[in-house]
Design a protein around this ligand. Structure first.
Ligand SMILES: [Zn+2]
Length: 176
């Protein structure tokens, strides 16, 4: 999502990492994705059609500041062409970008979250920060926490198609 007015943050209903992990887990169980490397484009395609949302692949120049964005008003996710093709090739950053936008769809639109713009001097705790929530969803969705206890960073990165940085965070946050 791109709506970042000046230095303001967007505040939403608080969700802890544990809440978000539970949402990601429920989704993966439903879709038979537990323990698997998720084909994020295939998931996107089927998921948006089920919930009657849409996605569009647009020229990179049409999305100036974002790799992708989700517009809750028209329920359309727009994705840069280069990001879409990168995700198809397994690029970890592009996979994460798409999972992040799916996070916005689920947490901030389908779950009907209350979204407020905060002034820059208002404190937004990370649990209430819309971008933190979408990033946390992306990481929890792509990486299966129940599999990584005995895996190292490289193994996690390889198995789940995420960057080493994401793999490391998920390993650090294994026990909540
Ligand atoms: Zn976002």
């Amino acid at each position: 999502m791109e709506i970042q007015k000046n230095s303001s943050k967007i505040k939403v209903k608080p969700l802890s990492r544990k809440d978000i992990r539970n949402i990601a887990e429920t989704l993966k169980k439903k879709w038979g994705l537990k323990g698997k490397k998720i084909n994020i484009l295939k998931f996107l395609e089927i998921f948006v059609s089920l919930v009657k949302y849409e996605y569009e692949i647009v020229e990179d120049s049409q999305l100036k500041t974002n790799y992708a964005e989700f517009d809750p008003s028209d329920k359309v996710m727009r994705i840069r062409e280069s990001v879409y093709s990168g995700a198809a090739k397994g690029n970890t950053r592009d996979r994460f970008t798409i999972a992040h936008e799916i996070g916005h769809m689920i947490l901030h639109s389908l779950m009907d979250a209350e979204i407020k713009f905060c002034r820059f001097d208002e404190t937004v705790k990370s649990y209430e920060d819309i971008e933190w929530q979408a990033n946390t969803f992306a990481a929890e969705f792509l990486v299966d926490f129940s599999e990584i206890e005995y895996m190292n960073i490289d193994e996690i990165s390889e198995k789940f198609g995420v960057s080493r940085k994401v793999a490391q965070i998920q390993k650090e946050k294994l026990y909540l």
